[in-house]
Design a protein around this ligand. Structure first.
Ligand code: NAP
Length: 253
């Protein structure tokens, strides 16, 4: 199946490792020009060099999504440099944690407002595209109780509601909005690798909840994100795709 991605322009935030990195890699392999950002300059440089191997245009910048004005300016400038923006994937998260109000503000600014501000800044370019597509990265911890009450879980849930409502107004301009909600995903340098080393009981009990007996991998999420981002998913909008190897127990109507 041709995903129709050749020549499309995509912006992915937080793509030096994990799920975002695999999304960027697959999009570039499918022929997209891409732009990524993260906070560590050496990791941005490494990612850009590796992603360029696919032969498309790759832009990388050091940007902290939490800094609203520079973040929005980077998005607008990047869409200009790419010659447009067809696909926007706000992938950055402040992660989980139970550090009181600090976590609520961090997850609000980064997980929620990082996506909202990004959509607003890129809306003119996405309208111009004619095949605009936004994919938010949620989590199964937003749709089923998991681990502990956390700002991360609740604010990712807010993102899912926002995506659905946004999708209702943007499809008139042919912009689709979807969410992919992964279950636990393990990779080098990621949160589950850290949990495995520092809190093995939590890791083992989470592993025991997996019907397959293993954790998911970034590739398995990224392929779903790329499909939803692509013109091949032209009739899919407002959905929240659970990608968890069957870990969640709810019946999804
Ligand atoms: N891993 C999982 O088990 C899992 C499960 C469900 C959902 N998710 C979601 O999937 C998405 C990706 O998570 P991940 O675990 O694959 O990767 P991650 O370890 O959270 O890192 C993702 C990327 O974001 C960058 N980043 C982090 N904070 C940033 C900031 N404030 N500004 C700009 N860049 C920033 C990181 O680079 P720097 O550190 O250099 O900035 C890195 O490139 C997140 O939305 C997460 O909530 C993950």
């Amino acid at each position: 199946m041709d995903l129709g991605l050749k020549g499309k322009k995509a912006i992915i935030t937080g793509a030096t490792r994990g799920i975002g990195r695999r999304i960027a890699d697959i999009l570039a392999a499918e022929g997209c020009d891409i732009a990524i950002c993260a906070r560590k300059p050496e990791e941005v440089e490494e990612a850009v060099t590796a992603l360029k191997a696919h032969g498309t245009k790759v832009l990388g910048s050091v940007v902290n999504v939490k800094d609203a004005e520079p973040y929005k300016a980077w998005l607008v400038e990047t869409a200009e440099k790419l010659g447009g923006c067809d696909i926007f994937i706000p992938n950055v998260s402040a992660g989980g944690g139970m550090d009181g109000e600090k976590n609520w503000y961090r997850n609000f600014e980064i997980d929620l407002m990082g996506a909202v501000r990004g959509c607003e800044a890129l809306m003119p370019a996405l309208k111009e595209s004619g095949h605009g597509s936004i994919v938010f990265i949620g989590t199964t911890a937003a749709v089923e109780t998991f681990m502990a009450p956390m700002a991360y879980n609740a604010l990712k849930a807010a993102l899912i509601t926002y995506a659905k409502q946004l999708s209702q107004v943007t499809f008139r301009r042919n912009i689709r909005v979807n969410v992919v909600s992964p279950g636990p995903i393990i990779f080098e340098g990621g949160s589950w690798e850290q949990i495995k080393a520092s809190q093995p009981q939590i890791y083992e009990s989470t592993l025991a909840q997996q019907p397959s007996g293993r954790m998911g991998e970034p590739e398995e999420v990224a392929r779903c994100v790329v499909f939803l981002a692509s013109p091949a998913a032209s009739w899919v909008t407002g959905t929240n795709l659970i990608v968890d190897g069957g870990m969640t127990k709810r019946v999804q109507f």
